[in-house]
Structure formats: structure tokens, C-alpha cells
Design a protein around this ligand. Structure first.
Ligand code: GLN
Length: 403
């Protein structure tokens, strides 16, 4: 038999999604793969029920149904503070997962280099490999997850075709400041690189931090592909609705890639979510208030258990330090955590390029009862998994246990 493709030789399955299966296997509370256990907004569900009896069962236009794109363009224009053309600048995709893949295939030739901050959402590594590009990783070092401007410029000196920017960042919760983004913009301009953003947590940014859309920085519109999704904003991760926003010349190409990758996102779901896209500011304020409360509830609980963690500025993830347990493998720790304590987490090593094995990620996009139940179970953590060292008193500094 001939060998299967080289580009899939080095793949593992997604560790995030594997941890969901492991959590299910042990009946653990699944705080690994980030998705809510509460309902999407009523208005969207009501419209979904109606849509089943209307005429939305066949393909929509491949780059997105006209009324969906118009509603999305109107909403994004409001938030981005610049007009977005529903016809020339939007491509609707099957989740931001496809948006990122289509963006990568639009920009990169085999052998091109792409800059990725580490830690990174695990799909980016796979996107780069599938598009034939080569990643250059630039560390965001704990405890504050800032990048070294010199290290970033070193990466740009290798003449990358693009940089992938996850902001707010999964898994580390950074919300990049305007100054940091301007620094990235300056390098993108100087070295003529595209910027592909992942801004799926654009509405989950905790005060006093503020989200700046990279595409809206001076001169950046022409070289930015903004990718995002409706999954997190409307609590509909299973609907797989994402999109790219990019200038017409780039969108023209993205549409073609998307057309042959998936043809289109689900037509009835595009129609059903339109009332959500038309929500006013109070919806997004309410969503943020809810996540601000959950962040306080869950992180406060971790503090009471003396578990060292970072404090996310955005998104709904928290990284915990597990060095006290003395595991060589954070994956093994997460398996034990699911089996013995009954809580699912993602091993930090699946996000870092660097050899990190002392961090795990929880998400807190869950009902309060679920979070309290998880905290309750975590009270038994040190009994069920006895520590081998003293706990750390602060988030360890760059890539290694401080204890
Ligand atoms: N973005 C979510 C996470 O990081 C869900 C990922 C996925 O499985 N699509 O957990």
C-alpha cells in the first residue's frame, strides 16, 4: 500500500475534543472543551422552531445567505466602527474553524512561514500544516503572557507570510493592549505580512480591558483577515456559524476556497440566528455581566482551594498550576482528574510549543450550579491525587515549575 499523506503523518486528534470524550467516559463535569451548558437566547430558539417550517432547507448562497450577511455586516460595522460590506467583504463559514482554514489556504503557499504566539489554540498548528506552511512560534510567557517585541521582530525577520492573532486569547486570556497591537501592526507593515485574527471572544472582555479589532488599526484593513464566529457570542457552538471579514480582493479568494471546502454553512441556522444579530447593546452587556460573574465565582472558588491560576482579561478560560502534584505528563494528570475527581480539563501541553507540563486549562462557560459542583469536587483534589511538593504561591515564570 502506498503511504498516506505526509501532511497528516504528524497529526494527533484534537486533545481538547479528546478530553470531552474522556470526561464523558468518567461522568466528569466537562470543563475541558469550551462550550456552555446553558441555553442560547430565547429569541433565537423561537425563530429556530419557526424556521423548520419555512423554506430554508436547501443550500444558501455559498458565501452566506443574503439576509444573514446583511444583519452580520450591520452588527459588525457597529462594533468595529467602520462600514463592512455584506456583499464584498464577508464570507460565512462552518464555524471560525473553517474561517481560519480558508484564510490560511488563501494566504499561504507551501513552505511559507506563519507566526503563531505560544500558547495557542491547537487548531492553528493543524491549519498551518494542512496549508503546507511552517509555523514560527513566539512565546507569550507566563505569568503575564506578554510577548517580547524583540523576539517578535526576530520572527518577522524570517519574512513570514502571515501572523495569527487570537485576541482575546485562548487559552491564556490575554486581551492585547492597543500599544501591543500597534507594535504588531508596525511589524506587519514593515515586513509586509498578513494578519489572520481569531476574535471569537470579542464580546467577552473583562473591565477595564477593551477589545480593539486589529483590522481597524491604521492601515491594517488591507492586510487583515478577521475571523470570528457566533458560537461564543450567542452560546451556539454546535451550530457551526463563523465568518471572515476581509477587503474585497482577499474575500474574493476566500469565497473560492470556502466554496470547495464546504459549499456553505447550514441555511436554516443562518436564518434562525438573525434575531440575535439584531440584538441591541444590552444583550452584549448582559453576556459580559454574566461571564464577569462566572469568572468571579469560579476563580474565587479556586482561590479558596489554594490552587494557583492566572486571571483572564478576556475569554472564558483559566490556566491552573499543577506542579505540586509532580506529574511528568499533564495529560496523565487530566485523565486522573477526570477519573478520580470527576472534573474534565485540558492539558496545557496541547497549547504550548515550549515543553510545558505543569499547567491545565479549565473553562467556566457553565451554569453556576455546574461550576459550584465542580468546585465541590475539586475540594477533594488533594485527597484523591496527593501532592508531591508544596503548592506554588504564584503562577510560575517562564515555562517550568518554580517549585
Ligand atoms: N474553542 C473551544 C476550546 O478551546 C472549543 C474548541 C473546539 O472544539 N472547537 O475549547
Amino acid at each position: 500500500m502506498q503511504r498516506l499523506s505526509e501532511r497528516t503523518d504528524t497529526f494527533t486528534d484534537s486533545v481538547i475534543r479528546r478530553m470531552t470524550r474522556i470526561s464523558n467516559q468518567y461522568g466528569a463535569i466537562n470543563l475541558s472543551q469550551g462550550f456552555p451548558d446553558f441555553d442560547p437566547p430565547r429569541a433565537i430558539l423561537d425563530r429556530l422552531a419557526e424556521v423548520s417550517r419555512e423554506d430554508f432547507h436547501q443550500y444558501s448562497i455559498t458565501w452566506g445567505a443574503q439576509n444573514f450577511r446583511e444583519a452580520l455586516a450591520e452588527k459588525q460595522s457597529r462594533y468595529m466602527g467602520r462600514p463592512v460590506d455584506p456583499n464584498g467583504e464577508i464570507t460565512v463559514t462552518c464555524g471560525s474553524t473553517e474561517a481560519m482554514m480558508a484564510a490560511m489556504m488563501t494566504v499561504a503557499n507551501p513552505g511559507d512561514k506563519v507566526v503563531i504566539f505560544s500558547p495557542f489554540y491547537e487548531n492553528y498548528g493543524a491549519d498551518v500544516i494542512l496549508s503546507g506552511a511552517e509555523p514560527i512560534y513566539v512565546p507569550l510567557a507566563p505569568p503575564d503572557f506578554r510577548f517580547d517585541p524583540e523576539a517578535l521582530e526576530d520572527a518577522f525577520r524570517q519574512r513570514p507570510k502571515a501572523l495569527i492573532l487570537c485576541n482575546p486569547s485562548n487559552p491564556c486570556g490575554r486581551v492585547f493592549t492597543r500599544e501591543e497591537l500597534e507594535l504588531i501592526a508596525g511589524l506587519a507593515e514593515k515586513y509586509d505580512a498578513y494578519v489572520i485574527t481569531d476574535e471569537v471572544y470579542e464580546h467577552i472582555v473583562y473591565a477595564p480591558h477593551q477589545h480593539t479589532y486589529f483590522a481597524t488599526l491604521p492601515d491594517m484593513w488591507k492586510r487583515t483577515i478577521s475571523c470570528s464566529s457566533l458560537s461564543k457570542t450567542y452560546s451556539i457552538t454546535g451550530w457551526r456559524l463563523g465568518y471572515t471579514i476581509a477587503p474585497p480582493e482577499i474575500t474574493e479568494r476566500i469565497k473560492k476556497v470556502h466554496d470547495f471546502l464546504t459549499v456553505g454553512a447550514a441555511a436554516p441556522l443562518q436564518e434562525a440566528v438573525i434575531p440575535g444579530l439584531r440584538f441591541g447593546r444590552e444583550y452584549y452587556d448582559g453576556l459580559l455581566a454574566e461571564y464577569t460573574h462566572k469568572r468571579e465565582l469560579f476563580l474565587g472558588g479556586l482561590d479558596r482551594l489554594h490552587i494557583v491560576h492566572n486571571t483572564p482579561e478576556g475569554a472564558y478560560y483559566v490556566l491552573l498550576d499543577i506542579s505540586e502534584f509532580g506529574y511528568d505528563s499533564d495529560l496523565r494528570f487530566c485523565e486522573d482528574l477526570a477519573e478520580k475527581v470527576g472534573v474534565g480539563a485540558v492539558p496545557g501541553s496541547s497549547f504550548f510549543r515550549e515543553p510545558v507540563n505543569h499547567l491545565i486549562r479549565f473553562h467556566f462557560a457553565k451554569r453556576d450550579e455546574t461550576l459550584l459542583d465542580a468546585l465541590n469536587r475539586l475540594e477533594g483534589l488533594r485527597v484523591k491525587i496527593p501532592p508531591k511538593r508544596r503548592p506554588c504561591s504564584a503562577m510560575p515564570t517562564p515555562f517550568g515549575s518554580s517549585s
